[in-house]
Design a protein. Structure first.
Length: 217
């Protein structure tokens, strides 16, 4: 896999240009983008830069993170607070993401999406009001383990860290086996439309967009 050096700002601008000319794969009026990567990678920061670049082009944008769609603690910690398998496939409320984020953006949908659902600090519902993404708008969803769920993304970007960089920059080392499992079972570097190497966040490099630029998730 060949990488080309790039800045985060130029990456965001390049992706925004691609999206501005893209057509939603499901025939609806909303584009959906997944920025996949571990918490140690700057996924939220890239989402913010991409949102700015798209808004500068006149596009409405809704940014959401999977951290706002965690399941209640009683479910996340059913097998203990440090179970990597539960972290991999039991922490994020996938059904809620489908129901509250993706379903409203299907063809004929209302465009009313829920920004977040659950506050892990208080372990209570956030009760955030719905927001409406107008036709022509773009959803940017960032978080770990986004690929492999058949989310209807029009573009996926995977932020990749080497095993050594991931171990060095991950605060909760008990989660590392979950990312190893993700590599084995999902192979995000092959699945994503673009891969960004982020071992040193000051000097990212990327593969460019896969031909066609449509998600293979």
């Amino acid at each position: 896999m060949r990488y080309e050096a790039i800045t985060w700002e130029r990456l965001a601008g390049t992706l925004a240009g691609h999206l501005d000319a893209a057509t939603p794969g499901d025939g609806g009026p909303w584009l959906k983008v997944g920025i996949d990567g571990p918490p140690a990678a700057p996924g939220g920061e890239l989402a913010g830069l991409l949102a700015e670049a798209l808004r500068a082009r006149g596009r409405a944008v809704h940014v959401a993170g999977t951290g706002g769609f965690l399941r209640p603690a009683s479910l996340r910690y059913e097998y203990g607070k440090r179970d990597p398998d539960a972290y991999f496939d039991g922490w994020t409320d996938i059904k809620a993401l489908w129901r509250e984020v993706f379903a409203p953006l299907e063809p004929g949908g209302t465009g009313r999406v829920l920004p977040d659902l659950w506050d892990p600090a208080t372990d209570r519902a956030t009760r955030s009001p719905y927001v409406t993404l107008p036709p022509g708008g773009v959803l940017l969803l960032h978080g770990p383990f986004l690929l492999g769920h058949w989310f209807p993304f029009d573009l996926t970007v995977h932020l990749r860290l080497s095993a050594a960089a991931l171990a060095r920059r991950t605060e909760d080392s008990w989660t590392l086996p979950a990312f190893a499992r993700y590599e084995t079972e999902v192979d995000p570097a092959t699945t994503a439309d673009a891969v960004v190497r982020a071992d040193d966040p000051r000097h990212p490099a990327w593969t460019g967009l896969r031909p066609g630029g449509q998600s293979g998730d």
